[in-house]
Ligand binder design. Structure first.
Ligand code: F6P
Length: 563
């Protein structure tokens, strides 16, 4: 079915009304303090539950009218129709002519036969691979699967980059309290040989399983690292006498120590991996939307099938909520629409994500690919130029560390940085320090920051503390810095699945309003092509002569300096 042309958001009555509304708010003076005082129901009206997460939007720069107009904008831009098109498998990834069906990865097996896309029963396909992965993971976890010398697997090395790395690393770090099989995972992504060198340090090859993860199985970094690790593995196994160096024993070692995850199973076989040990996924899963596909194999091994099922159930809870909740009550859609509000009407160029749990320390990095590879686009899905600013920079670090680094700019800088604060009521590691519950100390900081950002501190309040007059301005906090608080019970596999799905759908909403294909990534291609052309110039004068003056000078510096 043909996908309709994008609607130009800026030409809709809702956009025009939002611009007028914004200008009026600014003219009257935005004051969260006054808005809270004037409306005792503000918090109740702007608090939401989705799955088992609690969302507080009340500290955002929005009124009832703002949200109404944003919902009008979402409707005018066809968010609901496009959402339904995505869930039903229409080819909304227009530049690659593909369905966008990461939501099918978490549909229950009971839905087999209900979603036939391009002639395939996608839920049946998903569960066929899940079942194979669960069986494989059980064998590895129990010790039934053994290395070539008969030893149980104790380490997993997962090789991948971008979507084939960021999700698994982030989830592995976040789920550390749930690791229960005595199997640790290490992730190699960078083509910089230092990454591999450090990750294999101290590893026992006889007890190591390598997973090569690549959607295309053609990514330079991943294939280079895979070859390096293969060479390392065979060398180590020969050195300890586990194999004798014969082609037969090498092949047996590869079969016992290497498995692969890819959509290109033919290329996996070419690499020498037994198709029996390969786990597939499909071109309707974007790399950055793939952590809940076979790309998460290392997680299934480390956490166990049951916890991975809970992880998928978390995604599913948010999918169902997002699909079935009217826009005006749909906090996930509202967060996406508010991001448009900040980017296009307040000129916000960045968006901070600040988890108040150390376990989510890779979550902002994961979100960078999800959001920026999706929405950093200059044309719309029909190839016409975008009509407004798109794609803010997502960034962040866990609190409280960020408080002692960049929060200064958030509190008193001259740019608006909308921020999402994420926290959980329970911790896996409770401690009491001198009678103080340390988790409460931590959460006190989470609440203090959003409060300070919203309500600030006036000059009179500063003066009342006895501050010398010349220092008063420097100690004033203007407030009205927008934040959303996401509060959960415990960072479980289920809650993590929920959180990821929330941001997947936020990204979708923004992309739809801007009219862009959030599921392609042509912007990463040029650099890959140029790297191929440039690399020979380190040694080849003719290749060097074809470079621009700046590149040439840099290569000449290299030639003169490399030992
Ligand atoms: O270069 C960008 C990219 O294509 C990402 O979109 C993707 O997640 C990553 O490279 C890795 O690709 P692959 O899984 O095919 O190795």
């Amino acid at each position: 079915m043909a996908i309709s042309a994008p609607i130009d958001a800026t030409k809709t009555p809702a956009w025009v009304a939002l611009q007028k509304h914004h200008d009026e708010l600014v003219e009257k003076g935005i004051s969260l303090k006054d808005w809270f005082a004037a409306d005792p129901d503000r918090v109740e009206k702007l608090s939401y539950r989705a799955g088992d997460l609690y969302f507080d939007l009340s500290k955002n720069l929005v009124t009832d009218e703002t949200l109404k107009l944003l919902v009008d904008l979402g409707r005018a831009c066809g968010v609901e129709e496009r959402r339904d098109a995505m869930f039903s498998g229409e080819h909304i990834n227009t530049t690659e002519d593909r369905a966008v069906l990461h939501t099918a990865l978490r549909r229950p097996a009971s839905q087999k036969g209900e979603l036939i896309v391009d002639g395939q029963d996608v839920v049946a396909d998903v569960h066929e691979v899940l079942d194979r992965m669960y069986a494989f993971a059980d064998r590895v976890r129990s010790g039934e699967w053994k290395g070539v010398s008969g030893k149980k697997i104790e380490h997993v090395v997962s090789i991948g980059i971008g979507g084939s790395d960021l999700g698994p690393v982030m989830v592995y770090e976040a789920m550390k309290p749930y690791l229960d099989a005595g199997i640790d995972c290490r992730y190699i992504s960078n083509i910089d040989p230092n990454d591999m060198a450090e990750k294999v340090k101290g590893l026992d090859a006889e007890t190591t399983l390598v997973i090569i993860v690549s959607k295309t199985f053609a990514t330079l970094e991943t294939l280079t690292n895979a070859r390096e690790v293969k060479a390392w593995m065979l060398e180590q196994l020969r050195a300890c006498g586990a194999v004798d160096g014969s082609a037969e024993q090498d092949a047996e070692a590869i079969a016992k120590h290497f498995v692969a995850v890819s959509t290109a199973l033919d290329l996996v076989a070419d690499f020498g991996i037994d198709p029996e040990n390969a786990f597939g996924f499909w071109n309707w899963v974007g790399g950055r939307y793939s952590v809940d596909s076979a790309v998460g194999l290392s997680l299934i091994i480390a956490l166990g099938p049951e916890r991975f099922q809970q992880f998928l159930a978390g995604f599913r809870a948010i999918d169902e909520y997002f699909e079935n909740t009217p826009l005006e009550e749909n906090v996930v859609a509202l967060m996406g629409l508010m991001n448009v509000w900040y980017v296009n009407f307040f000129g916000a160029d960045t968006h901070a994500v600040l988890p108040y749990t150390q376990y989510l320390h890779r979550f902002p990095a994961y979100l960078q690919q999800l959001t920026m590879e999706s929405n950093g686009k200059h044309v719309r899905w029909d190839g016409t130029p975008v009509t407004c600013h798109t794609g803010e920079v997502f960034w962040g670090e866990p609190g409280t560390n960020g408080q002692h680094a960049f929060y200064q700019l958030m509190h008193q800088g001259s740019v608006v940085v909308p921020a999402d604060f994420i926290a959980f009521a329970n911790t896996s590691n409770p401690f009491v320090d001198e009678g103080q519950d340390v988790h409460e100390l931590f959460l006190g900081n989470f609440l203090a920051q959003t409060k300070a950002l919203a309500f600030g501190k006036t000059a009179d309040e500063v003066r009342a503390e006895g501050t010398p007059e010349q220092i008063v301005p420097a100690r004033v906090f203007e407030g009205n810095r927008p934040t959303t608080s996401i509060f959960g019970d415990t960072l479980t596999p289920f809650a993590l699945g929920e959180l990821i799905a929330v941001y997947e759908h936020i990204t979708f909403v923004q992309g739809t309003v801007w009219g862009i294909d959030s599921y392609d990534q042509w912007g990463v291609e040029l650099g890959k092509q140029l790297a191929k052309q440039i690399t020979p110039a380190f040694h080849d004068d003719e290749a060097l002569s074809k470079q621009d003056a700046s590149t040439k000078a840099l290569i000449e510096f290299y030639r003169a300096t490399r030992r």
